[in-house]
Design a protein around this ligand. Structure first.
Ligand code: LHQ
Length: 263
């Protein structure tokens, strides 16, 4: 598809970098250009000290409808799915989970297929009341990819995950909140402002400590309690050695709010 609009919009506001998927006429279905732009923007965000929180959202009425099927069809039988996943979605999900800053997925509308995986991959998931999630893969006789088989059963259990995947059942915002697929649901009218306010509140928290917390949670998912306890001890030393900790202690003694944003 040719377009004069960038496929990814980027906006930095009060330490919050918002990355908006911008193919609204296809519900932000992902093509190579979009996936690479998003992965590269996340890598740049890692190195940019002005960024404390990243928000991933969608332009228009959709969040992300997964892989652009028009492009898959254009590829015909020649499309190598494994190679495609290794080149695009796997680095993207790795960049989100590995980013040493909090990532919020702000799900403004439908999240389908690999778009559902993207919606689930955030550290915090905020949904609009218009959001929905559908593990749509079985409708086209494919396997959930881009991390859905890892994220979803951890949130809802393996049987419920299988049921959602087998029937491609659409989960609306009310159900999503009950099932733990998102942390908050905001009104559709005020969604962008509510997400920005939430993200700014998160950006005021101690970034080094949150970064270490993300690493600890990532590690704990795949390791024993003994290993997690030991990793916590390693990370606690790094947190304690950071100026944020001294500021937290000072603020406590002085009975004021800590100012982590300046460190
Ligand atoms: C789309 C898409 C789309 C293109 C809506 N592509 N145009 C797979 C293969 C290979 C390697 C790597 O990984 C993957 C992973 C995957 O993600 S597989 C799953 C791919 N995604 C889907 O199968 C979702 C297909 N879309 C839908 O089921 C529906 O569109 C949903 C449920 C997302 C939304 O339904 P509605 O709200 O009723 O919207 P709509 O169907 O009317 O769509 C609006 C437009 O967006 C429409 O275009 P048009 O020109 O008719 O207005 C759709 O064709 C287009 N669109 N998804 N994935």
């Amino acid at each position: 598809m040719t377009t004069t609009q960038p496929v990814l919009l980027q906006n930095l506001n009060n330490a919050v970098l918002t990355l908006s998927l911008n193919r609204p006429e296809r519900l932000n279905a992902a093509n190579d250009e979009l996936l690479h732009a998003l992965t590269n923007a996340l890598k740049r965000a890692e190195a940019d000290a002005a960024v404390r929180v990243v928000v991933i959202t969608g332009a228009g009425r959709g969040f992300c409808a997964g892989q652009d099927l028009a492009e898959v069809q254009a590829g015909g039988a020649q499309t190598n799915f494994s190679e495609h996943l290794r080149r695009t979605y796997i680095p993207l999900i790795g960049a989100i989970r590995g980013l040493l800053k909090p990532v919020i997925t702000a799900v403004n509308g439908v999240a389908a297929g690999a778009g559902a995986s993207l919606a689930l991959s955030g550290d915090i998931r905020l949904w609009s009341e218009n959001a929905s999630l559908v593990e749509v893969f079985s409708n086209i006789a494919l396997v959930p990819d881009a991390g859905s088989t890892w994220f979803l059963p951890r949130l809802v259990g393996a049987s419920r995950a299988f049921e959602l995947m087998a029937f491609a059942e659409k989960v609306n915002a009310e159900m999503g909140l009950k099932m733990g697929l998102c942390e908050q649901v905001f009104s559709a009218e005020t969604f962008a402002a509510d997400v920005q306010a939430y993200a700014e509140r998160l950006a005021s928290r101690p970034l080094n400590a949150l970064s270490l917390t993300k690493q600890a949670l990532n590690f704990a998912q795949g390791n024993s309690l003994d290993a997690a306890l030991d990793f916590e001890a390693v990370l606690q030393q790094r947190a304690g050695d950071h100026p944020e900790h001294a500021e937290g202690l000072r603020a406590f003694a002085e009975k004021r709010k800590p100012e982590f944003g300046k460190l």
